[in-house]
Write a protein that binds this ligand. Structure first.
Ligand code: CA
Length: 244
């Protein structure tokens, strides 16, 4: 999924680009209204994050002109103004959603996901040569389509969104199976193995990695995970009887 960020504050633009790329989105940025609008008109994006106060041409004008020309790319406005008039105005002119600055990055991600769920945004999630269509729930690797069950699809999407992170069986159970999951079964391992067979068997580069006793992670190479910080819980047990 390709996102255009039109934002003149360099720090904000960089932060958004870095954060969204870490989530698997492809991101391009424009630092003023004119160049942003030009990109929006010439390139294929799935979503535009559009700042309101921009040099050369402001966000509302860009929005109005794009919609006037029937350019229907979903647009999420980023506005520093929080007055209702501005927000209503933006939505009336065809914005799909808005966020008032400053906003939490997690909030932005939630809004993007919500636009995806509404079907406004067409999405592709990609990790190396593995691509997911998050609407059709289809997977393919190096152009070869892979048949997945609904549960396997949910698993691989979770792994791709959390690429490079060690994910415990408990976390997978909770995220994919929900709270009614019986932790006494080996269902998670069984499903991960099914998934591994489907996405890795025919390919030289293996993506599904196992950290023995800890869980699984998606990566094209082995990662050394640092052990969780040890906390000393009972200091009174140490050093008693010794006067060093
Ligand atoms: Ca601005």
């Amino acid at each position: 999924m390709r996102i255009l960020v039109v934002e003149d504050e360099l720090k904000v633009a960089r932060f958004l680009k870095k954060g969204l790329e870490a989530e698997g989105y492809e991101v391009e940025t424009a630092a003023d209204g004119k160049s942003g609008e030009k990109l929006a008109r010439t390139e294929a994006y799935d979503l535009i994050l559009l700042d309101v106060l921009l040099p050369k041409k402001d966000g509302f004008e860009i929005l109005r002109d794009l919609r006037k020309d029937e350019i229907r790319i979903p647009i999420l406005m980023l506005t520093a103004r929080s007055t209702t008039e501005d927000i209503v105005g933006g939505l009336d002119q065809g914005a799909d959603d808005y966020l008032t600055k400053p906003f939490a990055f997690t909030e932005l991600l939630a809004r993007i996901r919500s636009l995806m769920r509404r079907g406004t945004v067409k999405t592709k999630l990609k990790y190396i040569d593995l691509t997911l269509d998050t609407i059709a729930h289809k997977a393919n690797r190096s152009g070869k389509s892979i048949e997945l069950t609904a549960r396997e699809y949910a698993l691989i999407e979770y792994f791709i969104r959390n690429r490079g992170k060690l994910i415990s069986r408990q976390e997978l159970a909770k995220e994919i199976w929900g709270y009614n999951f019986d932790p006494g079964t080996n269902v998670v391992d069984v499903y991960v193995n099914h998934l591994r067979n489907k996405i890795d068997t025919d390919f030289a580069v293996k993506l599904m990695q196992t950290e023995r006793g800890k869980g699984y992670y998606l990566s094209d190479k082995k990662i050394t995970f640092k052990p969780a910080k040890q906390t000393v819980t009972c200091p009174e047990k140490f050093g008693s009887g010794k006067s060093t």
